[in-house]
Design a protein around this ligand. Structure first.
Ligand code: BG6
Length: 495
């Protein structure tokens, strides 16, 4: 595919996500020849920056994150960057949102002038701003006449904070853009191993016949992070691990693991199957939340601060004390293939390792003739290094009694493929430019995910107890181990 000519307008364009993920991804696209020379990136923020200021900021903050082997190429990239000031908080934050007044009309005017005369190009409006701004920004764009048939809108997570707010955002954005123009990002879907999961399942013959409750004992999906939440309390107090990681990233991994083989690899066929999995999730309501979910919050240990002691611009509140930085859930997919197979989900901040993986644990052999066997495990590692391992039992070399040892059949993407693995955001931006939404969440998918999450949120809100404390740098509260332990299972911890 040749280079695309597009104007990308990034709301929240000087924010953390933009500086750490989007701009580097755009630079890579540019460097690899996927963005044509006429393409432009227009950052919108309330920063009051000139184009030159913004280019200076990117030069100072992004240059070290990307391989700049060609100074002229880097400068050409900087030359495509523009900045327009609008007050995200003041105008779009208001419920009315419509009458963004005064100085900010100037911002919309400046954007209109920049885009004028380029109506034939692809236009991407990337909303990396708070979700309450999504509807108002779309209306502003529409009223300014900037939404063309070749426009697309990208929505960053979080998409609302519960089902009603997600529906409202979807309605507001859907009033201006058609569903095929709306790209709801879940950056986990851009990770290489996640796409490889589908290839592994549907381009190989040996797995699918055993990919069911007859052969699989349970599935574990873990996204463990070592980072805490310094400087993020304002967001995190009202998000928590369930909204921040489970509603999107972990449920996406679950759907790809559990979905039926689609008839084609196209956008609707894949997404149709994913929605069916979400709809088959057994609801966890009321007191069931006590049995099937665990909430934790890290406390200071080993020189690391607790959640409540993390640097923040405001002191902790009741919401801070109640928010979960760790959660583990026993989910169930109620359909023919998966009946009775638990899907354990777990995610947390300040855990001892950074690791995202899907572990499929098979059943034990029906009759063992050797002592010391262990069930097979298939481990799909998303990070830190991407790879697939199948743990099988082998005989330890030696004469005498047969001794078993689990050994991994191992595929490391880094060692097998020498081509650079694109970052998730790079891959997804390329798909937005190509108009391919397969790896983006469809409206019904996001809403089905919230429909399962909401009752858990409600159950937690009615709890008087605080989340279980766990020491920073450990694998979470005792409750997480009990969740598996009571059925004789254990989390996959070893490397
Ligand atoms: C984001 C969450 O969506 O994903 C963060 O908001 C989290 O809290 C991040 O740290 C994890 O992404 P990754 O790619 O580092 O696993």
């Amino acid at each position: 595919p040749g280079a695309h000519t597009a104007d990308l307008v990034v709301f929240g364009g000087t924010g953390d996500l933009s500086m750490r993920k989007l701009i580097p991804a755009l630079y890579h696209s540019d460097r690899d020849g996927r963005l044509s020379h006429e393409s432009r990136v227009i950052a919108m923020s309330r920063g009051g920056l000139t184009d030159a200021d913004f280019r200076g900021k990117v030069d100072a903050e992004v240059r070290d994150q990307v391989p700049v082997d060609d100074q002229a190429g880097w400068e050409r990239f900087l030359g495509r960057l523009h900045h327009v000031s609008v007050d995200v908080g003041r105008d779009a934050g208001r419920d009315a949102g419509r009458d963004a007044g005064g100085a900010d009309r100037a911002g919309w005017g400046a954007l209109t002038r920049l885009l004028a005369g380029h109506g034939q190009r692809d236009r991407v409006f990337y909303l990396a701003s708070p979700p309450r701004t999504f509807g108002p920004f779309c209306r502003e764009l529409d009223e300014a006449g900037l939404v063309t048939p070749r426009s697309r809108v990208v929505l960053e997570k979080p998409l609302g904070h519960d089902l009603p707010s997600a529906q409202r955002i979807n309605d507001e954005v859907g009033a201006i853009f058609d569903e095929h123009q709306i790209f709801r990002i879940d950056h986990y879907l851009g990770k290489e191993t996640v796409q490889n999961l589908l290839v592994l399942r549907f381009a190989n013959a040996f797995l699918e016949p055993i990919w069911n409750s007859l052969w699989i004992d349970h599935v574990q999906i873990t996204a463990a992070e070592t980072v805490g939440t310094p400087g993020r309390r304002g967001y995190y107090d009202h998000a928590g691990a369930l909204r921040d990681m489970v509603q999107n990233h972990l449920l996406q991994l679950l759907t790809l693991t559990a979905m039926e083989p689609p008839a084609r690899s196209d956008r609707e066929a894949v997404r149709d199957e994913k929605v069916k999995v979400l709809q088959a999730l057994r609801p966890i309501t009321g007191t069931e939340a006590d049995r099937f979910t665990v909430r934790g919050q890290y406390v200071g240990a080993d020189g690391m601060p607790g959640y409540l002691d993390e640097p923040a611009s405001t002191p902790p509140t009741e919401a801070s004390r109640r928010v979960e930085t760790f959660t583990a859930i026993r989910a169930e997919v109620k359909n023919w293939r998966w009946a009775g197979v638990p899907f354990y989900l777990r995610t947390g901040k300040r855990m001892p390792y950074r690791r995202s993986e899907i572990v499929v644990q098979f059943k034990d052999v029906p009759h063992s003739i050797y002592p010391g066997g262990a069930p097979n495990r298939l481990v799909l590692r998303l990070q830190p290094e991407e790879g697939i391992q199948l743990h099988i039992m082998a005989k330890e070399p030696g004469a005498g009694e047969v001794r078993l040892k689990p050994v991994p059949l191992s595929l490391s993407f880094g060692e097998t493929f020498t081509t650079r693995v694109p970052e998730a955001y790079e891959r997804l931006l390329t798909d937005v430019l190509a108009g391919n939404p397969t790896l983006f969440m469809r409206r019904d998918e996001v809403e089905a995910a919230w429909r399962w999450i909401d009752p858990i949120l409600h159950a937690w809100e009615s709890h008087t107890e605080l989340p279980e404390p766990y020491n920073a740098g450990t694998t979470g509260p005792a409750g997480a181990r009990e969740l598996l332990g009571r059925s004789g299972r254990a989390w996959h911890e070893e490397d």
